[in-house]
Design a protein around this ligand. Structure first.
Ligand code: SF4
Length: 427
């Protein structure tokens, strides 16, 4: 497959490598190699600047059992495997809007189970929404209105590197707010640094992630004028909690944020629910909103497309001809370890490191060109990356905005949606 590359500088490029989907990047393309010209965001640089293997490289070509083949042979072989599978599982699911739609179409056709690679983190939010709902805001609103930001967690700068720069420390806001007066409260472990630069008013309230829910519930009690008999909660003194409640009541537009990937504790959905309950209670007298941060490997995109088509964001089955959601039963990890699936279709179009989990199950991989699997899958089909090799759309983590993606180079690689359509045509 020939590579045709246009050497040029692309401006206002959208980044797909975390849920912020920054759309202000400048990317230089030279002979197919990309270089981010104006950002030191480590996530975006590693995503864009990953080397594209030469056209002759094994991991740039379709393979059956580790041997190169034509695309048509790969499509035929994949279709045969899918047709003969009794319990097919679609995992990974890291693709753009069109890829997600094609995935769901194929899954519906053959009755597959689906589980995104980030489901464990995604479900921490989903279960809270399903149970009691939430009141959220958008990144744009935060950038223009927030006066008090409360962050549960300490990895915001690592997982969404430009969040503070773009949405909190922005010099200007639409409504003339003096953004230098914004206040930041960090609830978490601060020995690993997640402190934005700039002379902002920052309050640290140290506690471990497993106790974020306790802190949120204590704040909720105080907001509702309930007695709090303890003198401290999760190591935070009662007077500090009361002071935070006072500031939240006085704020004109406070926002509470967290990253579901950080809440790696048992029943983390209860922590999310506690934070969302606190937000809801504050709205009895003032304004406060939740802002779920995070996102990688287009998890928010798959969740949005899947929810509008099936009612569920992840971990469901279409085997019975209608969606059946079960966050335990349809866990890919469980299905593979219990050998309750006989075929895994793994889709990972953004990150070559997100390879399929090891299992004794037959695997079809649609992977970003350059992906190297430890064990050659039954079928490997290299795919194009949205926003680099082809156009597309992706959802931001606030889910209110869909960003268009532009191709930056012409590699001849096929998007996930085209590959899945071809496989479907061969069924
Ligand atoms: S913060 Fe996220 S979206 Fe923005 S440039 Fe970095 S990785 Fe990309």
């Amino acid at each position: 497959m020939e590579t045709h590359t246009i050497n040029r500088l692309h401006r206002n490029v959208t980044c797909t490598f975390c849920g912020l989907c920054c759309d202000d990047l400048t990317v230089q393309v030279d002979n197919g190699q990309l270089q981010v010209a104006d950002s030191d965001c480590s996530l975006c640089r590693s995503g864009f600047e990953q080397s594209l293997p030469p056209v002759t490289a094994l991991n740039r070509q379709p393979q059956i059992h580790g041997r190169t083949c034509s695309f048509d042979e790969a499509f035929t072989h994949a279709a045969n495997l899918l047709r003969n599978s009794q319990y097919p599982l679609f995992g990974g699911l890291a693709t753009d809007v069109a890829g997600a739609r094609a995935t769901l179409h194929l899954a519906d056709r053959i009755g597959a189970m689906l589980d995104h690679m980030n489901s464990t983190a995604m479900l921490r939010n989903t279960l809270a929404i399903q149970d009691s709902g939430w009141m959220t805001t958008t990144l744009t609103e935060v950038r223009n209105r927030v006066d008090l930001l409360v962050v549960f967690g300490n990895a915001t700068s690592r997982r969404t590197p430009r969040f503070y720069q773009r949405f909190f420390n922005n010099a200007e806001s639409m409504f003339g707010q003096d953004t230098g007066q914004r206040e930041l409260v960090l609830i978490g472990e601060h020995n690993t640094v997640d402190i934005p630069s700039g002379n902002r008013r920052i309050t640290h309230l140290p506690c471990i992630p497993g106790q974020f829910g306790d802190v949120a519930m204590a704040l909720r009690a105080l907001v509702n004028d309930q007695p709090l008999q303890a003198e401290s909660v999760a190591g935070i003194r009662k007077c500090e909690l009361l002071e935070l409640v006072r500031r939240l009541r006085d704020a004109r537009y406070s926002v509470m944020t967290w990253n579901n990937a950080e809440l790696d504790v048992p029943h983390a959905e209860l922590t999310v629910q506690a934070i969302c309950g606190l937000v809801r209670d504050l709205n009895a007298t003032t304004r406060c909103s939740a802002l779920p941060l995070g996102g990688s490997d287009s998890d928010y995109t798959f969740a949005q497309v899947s929810t509008w088509q099936t009612g569920f964001s992840t971990r469901f089955s279409l085997a019975a001809g209608k969606p059946h959601f079960d966050p335990v039963l349809f866990s890919a990890e469980r299905l593979l370890s219990e050998q309750e699936t006989d075929l895994l279709l793994w889709i990972s179009a953004f990150d070559t490191r997100r390879t399929p989990p090891e299992s004794g199950t037959d695997v079809i991989v649609l992977g970003r060109a350059g992906m190297q699997c430890d064990i050659p899958p039954r079928v490997f089909i290299p795919v194009a990356t949205p926003g680099i090799d082809h156009s597309g759309n992706i959802f931001r983590c606030d889910t209110g905005v869909v960003l268009p993606l532009k191709p930056l180079r012409n590699t001849g690689l096929l998007p996930v949606s085209s590959v899945l359509q071809s496989i479907t045509d061969h069924l």
